[in-house]
Design a protein around this ligand. Structure first.
Ligand code: ZN
Length: 147
């Protein structure tokens, strides 16, 4: 047996068993592996968002540990605070950044301000690869450079 995931696209085009290539979740054509992993509109606001938040939480926890903002705890118990701060760093979680002019992309997943080198790092995790819009969000944070 070949080790493939038996998507409906696989059934239709490889197995040629007459299956209709309709996604079982969103009922749209094209149930490919890529569609299931990152392109299904039905899964966008649930499974993909959950996966995205889990990854972002782990990165946030590692940054917080690295800068001495939290004590070590199991990753599955960690819930990021909106703001963590000490003398060496400032760490934001999913927080709107306000600057002196209007910009649309102002809420990255994580912002780290490393005070020792006077530098801010913006971290944002895309969670879909296709054109579906799970929620209105712009991820081009280039305008935050002035921040
Ligand atoms: Zn789908």
């Amino acid at each position: 047996m070949d080790k493939v995931i038996k998507t409906r696209n696989y059934q239709k085009h490889i197995m040629k068993d007459g299956t209709l290539d309709i996604c079982r979740a969103c009922h749209r054509p094209g149930e490919t592996l890529r569609h299931i992993v990152s392109g299904c509109s039905h899964l966008a606001n649930s499974e993909y968002l959950h996966r995205h938040n889990q990854v972002a939480r782990i990165v946030h926890q590692q940054l917080a540990l690295r800068f001495g903002l939290i004590d070590l705890m199991p990753y599955y118990r960690y819930g990021p605070a909106s703001v963590l701060e000490n003398s060496s760093a400032l760490l934001y979680w999913d927080r709107t950044i306000t600057i002196d002019r209007y910009i649309t992309a102002n809420r990255p997943d994580i912002v780290l301000v490393d005070r020792s080198v006077r530098r801010a790092i913006i971290v944002d995790f895309p969670f879909v690869q296709t054109k579906i819009e799970p929620h209105a969000r712009t991820t081009d944070f280039s305008e935050l450079r002035a921040f």
